[in-house]
Design a protein around this ligand. Structure first.
Ligand code: HEC
Length: 184
């Protein structure tokens, strides 16, 4: 009888150990699941990257087209002014935040400069030859892709208003477009 109860006690202890270890492994799995949910999936980041690429191409093609066809002297409405206004309106009316900023240290408008660490670090990287700079951030619990793309002196006409662009080396960015787009 005594022996039997000893076996019984051992069995109970084994059972407790088994149950508690299975509870703790379920808890670990749940915790892993939660971090995976908080971290955006690679495919979702890639979709946002493609959105930035598409927007960037449209904006840059438009700036060149407007400068080529509509801007003839330095008091015409510059594509840069149009872009600043367009980006402000897009940023106010959607989840996409976009800015046109200077990379030369001599902006037309003092508001068009790198403002936070991401933009400041990005401008340095672009000037050193990087093709882009990006970061995944969380704002109000939602993931966003931040991306900075270079703006080179694409046409001689740019120098008409920004005289110092003439000093830029071949391919050196004189500005950048800063994007913050949702990751969905
Ligand atoms: C007709 C004059 C004019 C021409 C031509 C022009 N810009 Fe601008 N650009 C401006 C003005 C004015 C601003 C400031 C817009 C604002 O803040 O509203 C500006 C702003 C910018 C900015 C933001 C930084 C800053 O200096 O404020 C960049 C970058 C820029 N232009 C690049 C270019 C490029 C590249 C070209 C050639 C494709 C170009 N611009 C042609 C007048 C011009």
């Amino acid at each position: 009888m005594k022996r039997l109860s000893l076996f019984g006690a051992v069995a109970v202890v084994c059972l407790i150990v088994a149950v508690s270890s299975s509870i703790s492994s379920t808890a670990t799995a749940l915790a892993q699941d939660a971090t995976e949910k908080a971290k955006p999936r690679k495919k979702a980041i890639e979709r946002s990257r493609e959105t930035v690429k598409m927007l960037d191409n449209i904006f840059k093609q438009t700036i060149v087209l407007v400068t080529d066809k509509y801007v003839h002297d330095d008091d015409d409405f510059a594509a840069g002014s149009a872009a600043v206004l367009l980006f402000k309106n897009i940023s106010e009316s959607s989840d996409n935040k976009i800015r046109l900023i200077d990379a030369t240290g001599d902006p037309y408008d003092t508001d068009n400069v790198a403002k936070d660490d991401f933009e400041k670090k990005g401008i340095k990287k672009l000037k050193a030859g990087a093709k882009g700079h990006e970061e995944v951030i969380t704002q109000d619990g939602k993931p966003f892709l931040r991306s900075l793309t270079p703006v080179p002196v694409v046409m001689q006409k740019c120098v008409m208003c920004h005289a110092h662009y003439a000093d830029a080396k071949d391919g050196e960015p004189i500005g950048a477009i800063s994007y913050t787009v949702p990751i969905k």
